[in-house]
Design a protein around this ligand. Structure first.
Ligand SMILES: C/C(=C\CNc1ncnc2c1ncn2[C@@H]1O[C@H](COP(=O)(O)O)[C@@H](O)[C@H]1O)CO
Length: 266
């Protein structure tokens, strides 16, 4: 007579006899008792990080072409910089771009406002900070991130240009990240426009007199940055760079097509 062996199937695994645990996977999932310190452990964080990427990619996958606008979180609405941010937001929309910002106050709010009120698509990628802060009121699509580095990836992935108005450490961080990505060829088709000749002039001069002179960058690297005060010029630089890139792309495609035909006797 055949011996009856206690068997448990657990996903793809088969467990028999003493290998069978006292509870099922579902029981363990649904039972709230037990330690909770795993919530603060790195493997669980990795899943949260993954979830932020999934959320961001999913929400923005169908975003049309877009430009990021960066600048100080502290700029007040009654300042010329705020007005400039609004104007740039509106003009980017008129040129066919969605506007992406960090979703906060100051220049971010100004650019979102300009774009939104002009009828454009205004996006805010917020960040969880030690103090309570909600997304500004002029955002059509918003995401709140836990992790700065995930948010930065999303800024770069879903925009085709960076516009940088006067700002502090956060703005400088975003500016230099963008320059580094373009300089190292990690991103292409990516105009970077600094707005505010008086504010940024000193930094550009220092790059020329110190950084370039020391040989730490090349003269070409400085060409990656455009500097202006004029919102129309901001848009002209971006549109011009993208048209030039599209032309180059078409040329390349035409050369490839000719080569394909030449190698194809049909
Ligand atoms: C300090 C204040 C609010 C901070 N809130 C922010 N919300 C969203 N994004 C922010 C915030 N602060 C910085 N950032 C990011 O950095 C850039 C601005 O930094 P800066 O140091 O002010 O130049 C900005 O582009 C954001 O992406 C006051 O209420």
């Amino acid at each position: 007579m055949k011996r009856e062996i206690r068997t448990r199937r657990q996903g793809p695994a088969t467990l028999r006899g003493k290998a069978i645990p006292p509870t099922t996977t579902d029981q363990r999932l649904l039972d709230r008792r037990g330690p909770t310190d795993w919530v603060h452990a790195d493997p669980w964080r990795v899943l949260r990080i993954q979830a932020e990427f999934v959320e961001g990619f999913g929400l923005l996958a169908e975003l049309p072409k877009a430009a990021c606008v960066f600048g100080s979180a502290r700029t007040r609405p009654d300042t010329p910089e705020y007005k400039l941010g609004e104007e740039i937001g509106a003009k980017l929309h008129e040129a066919g771009y969605a506007v992406i910002t960090g979703g906060g106050p100051g220049i971010m709010e100004a650019a979102n406002k300009g774009c939104h009120e002009a009828g454009g698509l205004s996006v805010g990628l917020g960040i969880e900070l030690p103090f309570e802060q909600s997304l500004n009121d002029y955002i059509d699509i918003g995401v709140q991130f836990r992790y700065f580095f995930v948010r930065k990836t999303i800024f770069v992935k879903y925009s085709q240009a960076f516009v940088v108005l006067p700002g502090g450490f956060g703005t400088l961080d975003e500016l230099f990240e963008a320059i580094t990505l373009v300089q190292t060829g990690k991103i292409t088709r990516f105009p970077i426009v600094l707005v505010g000749t008086e504010y940024w002039g000193g930094l550009i001069d220092w790059m020329k007199t110190s950084v370039l002179r020391a040989g730490n960058i090349s003269a070409d690297d400085l060409d990656l940055i455009h500097l202006t005060d004029d919102p129309d010029e901001v848009v002209r630089v971006i549109v011009g760079a993208h048209e030039e890139e599209a032309r180059k792309h078409e040329e390349k495609e035409a050369v490839a097509e000719t080569a394909r035909r030449a190698g194809d006797p049909a």
